[in-house]
Design a protein around this ligand. Structure first.
Ligand code: TYM
Length: 329
């Protein structure tokens, strides 16, 4: 079986963007592939986090992974900080990554603008830790949203560079980016992506939003002065809602356009809202059930870390030998 690795930062609430761009695809892939789904808490501390909150968010994210349908029997689900091999490989990869490459990362530039008071070295080398996450497991495919494409390309470059020097050590991974939902936009500013750190709550829908709240946010979503439900560059608001609708229902854009031909924006928005609610309500119910089951969660956390660590060791040991570290006696 081919291997999949992906991860999400426990840096706040999960948005509909995270869900449609990544999580939903993960659940579809779990039968066909060997998957590792990580909660990347080490990445999260590249911006300042409150420790109590971070711990809670990491736990919440684990619960949400499970609630959307990731099966802990089929997938390895774990916290990045529980598997020290990530940090060890990241250090080595840092020595094979150029400042110039890291400087070109658009996510780094965005974060510099947002967190000007804390441009730390971890923020800068974030992509080499991400490369380590992926390369540790000889990953074939990485299901992510569009915004991670550049990091994936850098990961491939690092892997190829290392292999070029030492022989075939790493599998060179491919990105898996879905056709719809890979770039969910902010509801009221549909030319920028939906982001969990957005200050305007009406721009984002979270996995845990109440149905009433979801319907309200949908109603307020920006549209345009036209009346036609049609996917087009000059109609970013309607196009975004169409993408959301299709990503949730599995319909194609053409089918959705036909369905809402002549319907008017009000009817359309209600339908999109209802589709999202129908998708999220059962997830929210499972979150409540899982939260009450501490022993079950603890067992997953423990066995996930053990399994991941065992796999990670194989690659790390090989890498350490290749670069010339003395063998352990
Ligand atoms: P993060 O935590 O920002 O986002 C998690 C996943 O959600 C996707 N995503 C979106 N998809 C569609 N529309 C949006 N508006 C949207 N916003 C976010 C992201 O593309 C991502 O797939 N660097 C990663 C975490 C990471 C990782 C890894 C991922 C660390 N190591 C190794 C894959 C493999 C990140 O910050 O994702």
């Amino acid at each position: 079986k081919k291997r999949i690795f992906s991860g999400m930062q426990p840096s706040g609430v999960i948005t509909l963007g995270n869900y449609l761009g990544a999580l939903k695809n993960w659940t579809k892939l779990q039968d066909e592939y060997d998957c590792l789904y990580c909660i990347v808490d080490m990445h999260a501390i590249t911006v300042r986090q409150d420790p109590v909150k971070l711990r809670k968010q990491a736990k919440d994210l684990l619960v949400q992974y499970l609630a959307v349908g990731l099966d802990p029997e089929k997938n390895i689900i774990y916290y990045q900080s529980h598997v020290p091999q990530h940090a060890e490989l990241a250090w080595i990869l840092n020595c094979y990554t150029y400042m110039g490459e890291l400087n070109r990362m658009t996510q780094f530039k965005d974060k510099c603008a947002k967190h000007a008071d804390n441009i730390n070295a971890g923020l800068f080398t974030y992509p080499s830790l991400m490369a380590a996450d992926i390369l540790l497991y000889q990953t074939d495919l990485v299901p992510v949203g569009e915004d991670q494409r550049q990091h994936l390309e850098l990961t491939r470059d690092i892997a190829q560079r290392f292999n070029g020097i030492y022989g075939d050590v790493f599998k060179v991974p491919d990105a898996y980016i879905g056709k719809v939902g890979a770039r969910v936009m902010a509801l009221q500013e549909p030319t920028k992506k939906m982001s969990k750190s957005d200050e305007n709550q009406n721009n984002i829908i979270t996995l845990m939003d109440d149905p009433k709240v979801i319907m309200n946010k949908m109603k307020r979503a920006m549209t345009d002065s036209d009346t036609e439900v049609r996917f087009a560059e000059e109609k970013p608001g309607i196009s975004n809602l169409l993408s959301i609708y299709c990503a949730v229902t599995g319909k194609t854009i053409a089918e959705a356009e036909k369905e809402f031909a002549g319907a008017g924006y009000g009817t359309f928005k209600t339908a999109v809202g209802e589709a999202v609610v129908a998708e999220l309500e059962p997830v929210q119910k499972r979150v409540k059930e899982l939260e009450a089951n501490k022993d079950y969660l603890d067992a997953i956390i423990k066995s996930g870390a053990e399994k991941a660590s065992r796999l990670a060791d194989r690659t790390l040991t090989k890498v350490q030998k290749k670069v010339g570290f003395p063998p352990r006696i």
